[in-house]
Design a protein around this ligand. Structure first.
Ligand code: ADP
Ligand code: MG
Ligand code: ZN
Length: 480
């Protein structure tokens, strides 16, 4: 049998750090980075005798996330201790939720490769605390513990094993990320670990009803690695089965450099964690009114925003989808329009050059270094004819490298468009003189020659000549 005879089955457990100001059980800052162990107190350092107090915002954010992903919100929920020993977990247990999560039975919709809509079911969303971080000491040889992250609130979203390809898994994670960004519960910065996924993969022969044994790759935080890892792992499992072996349920580590997975440890079963209700915390009881109030305040979600763009700005479906897939991009779009009042142009910049640069540099929209005002001003400079669109592209590159006022950039670089008739005429005459062959071609009816001449003039002026004026003046001279 070959790979085509197998089906891949994927389920994701996604951790998102909540963007509350303070930690889940104490009032320390959740800010990323900082001097090691600066954002700590006796509670998040697990000193004996300290007691946790649940941050109400955490519940609110989790309920928001549940409502935005079509979950049922539990009015009767609680916190449990998940016991395990690891040096980055000072209490030797993590406060999480076991059998009564805040949110259950939701779904998000994705589009499959053949354009069909598909629901990926969400089993649960629960709240829990993050662990600290181990920094491996290059000099001393040991490991140093940084507890700044210990107690940062997380929501864990557990999907059903509903995805059937790496692409579907990527789409699902992108959708989840986009929703969390829209409702502003997490900044979802993957490179900072604010959004990370445990990826569960199994394979089975097509037509089989039972799932195969899965393996799990922990803490993945890049779309590209997730796609590569799923495909590698599926191939590995298929080869193993084809060779007569069986897949062992285990936790794997994906290595991006070698493009392979490595065994980390056998998978724990739930009872290994010896879950029990945390006796230091009260039950979480929510009223219908509380839940309804959060529901009422949910902001516009990506799908609705996309519809608005189709109607209001008449964008192409594909463009509207791309822009609204990221709250950051679509906010950039809307704010830039307020500046330049030219939706079509802003749309084009975002879907072409900006997206291309983001892809090439593997940058997330939130990392775009320039702001909407600068993008809007770039559009204005082109609309007014101060610069050509080819210079505009150079300004954009500059905005990515060293963002500042586009007007300042073009002054500094001497990129202002040449729209002076005398200067344009001078270039036109020079190019005509040097390209007699093209002149003859044009006169013999080859219209293409005009494009060539304009191109030469643009080259001569390093893209600064006003192309409309060039066109017009070349025609005048050639038709004389
Ligand atoms: P845990 O990892 O804590 O044991 P679960 O058993 O609930 O938790 O499963 C975790 C994740 O694994 C879920 O996202 C689920 O969809 C996924 N999963 C479960 N079984 C399979 C399978 N056979 N193949 C792929 N993914 C699976
Ligand atoms: Mg798991
Ligand atoms: Zn603290």
């Amino acid at each position: 049998m070959s790979r085509e005879d197998y089906e891949i089955v994927i389920g994701l457990e996604v951790h998102a750090e909540l963007s509350t100001k303070t930690k889940i059980f104490c009032s320390c800052s959740t800010e990323f980075g900082g001097e090691p162990n600066k954002h700590t107190c006796p509670v998040c350092m697990a000193m004996p005798g300290t007691l946790p107090v649940l941050n109400e915002k955490v519940v609110e954010y989790a309920v928001k996330a549940g409502l935005a992903t079509n979950c049922t919100i539990s009015k009767d929920s609680k916190n449990d201790r998940k016991n395990y020993f690891y040096p980055d977990l000072p209490k030797a247990y993590q406060i999480s939720q076991y059998d009564k999560p805040l949110c259950e039975n939701g779904y998000v919709e994705i589009e499959t490769e053949n354009g069909e809509k598909k629901e990926i079911r969400i089993e649960r969303i629960h709240i829990e605390e993050d662990a600290g971080k181990l920094n491996h000491d290059d000099f001393g040889g040991g490991s140093l513990v940084d507890l700044n992250r210990a107690g940062v609130p997380l929501i864990e979203t557990v999907s059903k094993p509903d995805m059937r390809s790496a692409e579907e898994a990527e789409q699902y994670l992108r959708k989840l990320k986009s929703i969390f960004e829209y409702i502003e519960v997490s900044d979802c910065k993957m490179q900072e670990g604010s959004l990370r996924a445990d990826v569960n993969v199994s394979v089975r022969k097509k037509g089989e009803t039972e799932f195969g044994t899965r393996t799990e790759m922990k803490n993945m935080n890049s779309f590209r690695s997730i796609v590569r890892a799923i495909n590698y792992e599926a191939d590995r499992q298929i080869d193993l089965i084809e060779d007569g072996g069986t897949v062992t349920q285990e936790t794997l580590r994906w290595d991006d450099v070698s493009g392979k997975t490595f065994s980390m440890r056998d998978k724990e079963d739930a009872q290994d964690y010896r879950y029990f209700p945390d006796p230091d915390l009260v039950a979480i009881k929510l009223t219908d009114e509380y839940i309804d109030n959060i529901r009422k305040e949910l902001p516009e979600l990506p799908e609705i925003r996309k519809q608005r763009y189709l109607e209001k700005y008449k964008l192409a479906e594909k463009d509207a989808k791309l822009i609204t897939s990221s709250k950051y991009l679509s906010d950039l779009f809307e704010k830039a329009i307020e500046v330049c009042n030219n939706p079509k142009a802003v749309n084009n910049w975002i879907i072409s050059d900006i997206s291309r640069i983001l892809n090439e540099t593997e940058m997330e929209p939130i990392e775009i270094p320039f702001d909407a005002n600068q993008l809007g001003k770039l559009v204005i400079l082109i609309d007014k004819g101060t610069i050509s669109s080819s210079i505009g592209k150079k300004v954009l590159t500059e905005l990515f490298e060293n963002p500042r006022d586009p007007e300042e950039i073009i002054k500094e670089k001497g990129w202002i468009q040449i729209s002076d008739e005398g200067a344009i005429k001078e270039v036109v005459m020079k190019i005509l003189e040097a390209n007699q062959k093209s002149v003859e071609d044009y006169k013999a009816g080859k219209d293409k020659a005009l494009g060539f001449l304009v191109g030469q003039a643009m080259k001569e002026t390093k893209g600064k000549a006003n192309p409309q004026m060039l066109n017009k003046m070349f025609k005048e001279e050639l038709n004389k």
